[in-house]
Design a binder for this molecule. Structure first.
Ligand code: ZN
Length: 396
């Protein structure tokens, strides 16, 4: 869709909404949000389409029955550049095969572009996202979730850079040869491994963004101390709303991230957003234990029927954004939804990639200016991405 069609569509929506509503004040926010979603670039730094398609293939260039992402819904929501997650489960660190899987998942994204070149294009550089904006194509950027495929070799960093990967999440749910994970109590390295420290420097030098989502607090602090460029948290939320959940960031970490010039991209998954949802799995496990039965699918269904899942609200996601803004200002927060990665745990109003306008409407209602909203939608992330590119360029 070109810019003209985009804006014509937006005006048509304005007219149709205005024509059929008796509450103009409410319509204004929703309508304005639809316009802003089309007018500004939206980057979401964590969408798990590659792994979803590996397990349960559908043609996402068309409307799909399952999942949170497809082309028509992305266009409807105004999404321009998802970072597609090249997700490597933590077990690959032990079993091997991470290098192979990462390449296959990247192949899958290239195949998607190959099959629907009028709908998708790869976006290895920040400039590609800008150039492709308004073309009707969704720019596919790539982030690797878990550094396991690097396999202790800096030449593999070059290999994946050459294949278009532009961020690497240092570890996933278990400590690997690079860093400790927030979920892993062993704390093998007490932060980064010696190779991990070397890798951070090499990532700076090559122009690869460093993603500190998933790593332990020590690994985070060591990373920002070493990194010469801003880092990102590709899909994390705030610990102040989910106390004790190390996978989220606490206020001191957000201050350190801001000092580094980095950005936290808020995860929409309910278990990242509120404590009740975060505790739900543990409560179910405890109930199964008490009943003396296996915590299996059948028990989960029964438990869910008796104890409905405590979905987070759109407002609570906005609270996370507000909290970062109050703490460190508007320049360090963005969107990392985790669509297709968190199952049926998404807040009402943020269920899939068609719903970014709801988030924007919520920001408008809270008094955010268009300029501030633009920063949250993509401006902050683009600033970091460009700084990472510029640092690498200056090393040549
Ligand atoms: Zn993740």
């Amino acid at each position: 869709m070109n810019k003209l069609i985009k804006s014509t569509l937006a005006s048509a929506i304005v007219l149709s909404l205005a024509a059929c509503s008796s509450k103009p004040a409410v319509v204004d926010y929703e309508t304005k949000a639809m316009q802003l979603a089309q007018k500004h670039i939206i980057i979401d730094t964590h969408i798990d389409v590659p792994y979803r398609l590996k397990n349960d293939w559908e043609d996402v260039s068309k409307k799909t029955q399952r999942g949170d992402f497809d082309y028509p819904r992305a266009i409807q929501g105004g999404l321009n550049a998802p970072f597609m997650s090249i997700y490597i489960p933590a077990s690959y660190e032990r079993s091997g095969g991470g290098f192979l899987l990462a390449n296959q998942l990247i192949d899958g994204m290239e195949a998607l572009v190959g099959r629907a070149p009028h709908k998708f294009a790869m976006a290895p550089d920040s400039k590609d996202v800008i150039d492709q904006f308004g073309s009707g194509k969704i720019s596919l950027a790539l982030g690797m979730e878990n550094g396991t495929p690097i396999d202790g070799k800096l030449e593999n960093l070059q290999h994946f850079y050459d294949r278009g990967i532009r961020y690497i999440t240092l570890a996933h749910s278990e400590s690997n040869h690079i860093a400790d994970s927030s979920y892993d109590i062993r704390r093998k390295w007490k932060g980064l491994s010696p190779f991990g420290k070397e890798l951070v420097v090499a990532m700076n030098n090559i122009g690869m963004m460093i993603d500190i989502s998933h790593v332990s607090d020590d690994a985070f602090y060591q990373t920002v101390a070493i990194s010469k460029a801003p880092v990102i948290a590709s899909h994390s939320s705030l610990r102040s709303f989910v106390p004790g959940f190390e996978r989220n960031m606490d206020d001191d970490m957000i201050k350190a991230l801001a000092k580094n010039g980095g950005v936290i991209q808020i995860n929409f998954g309910s278990s990242f957003v509120n404590s009740q949802a975060n505790q739900y799995g543990a409560l179910r496990a405890a109930a199964a234990k008490k009943a003396g039965v296996a915590n299996d699918k059948a028990f989960a269904a029964k438990f869910k029927a008796e104890n409905p899942y405590p979905f987070a609200s759109l407002d609570s996601v906005l609270d996370h954004i507000d909290h970062v803004v109050k703490l460190v200002g508007i320049n360090h927060v963005g969107i990392g939804s985790d669509y297709d990665g968190v199952g049926d745990s998404l807040p009402e109003g943020l269920k899939d990639v068609s719903t970014y306008p709801n988030l924007i409407a919520g920001l408008l209602k809270r008094g955010y200016s268009e300029a501030d909203i633009e920063k949250i939608l993509s401006g902050n992330l683009l600033r970091v991405w460009r700084q990472v590119e510029a640092y690498a360029q200056a090393q040549k």
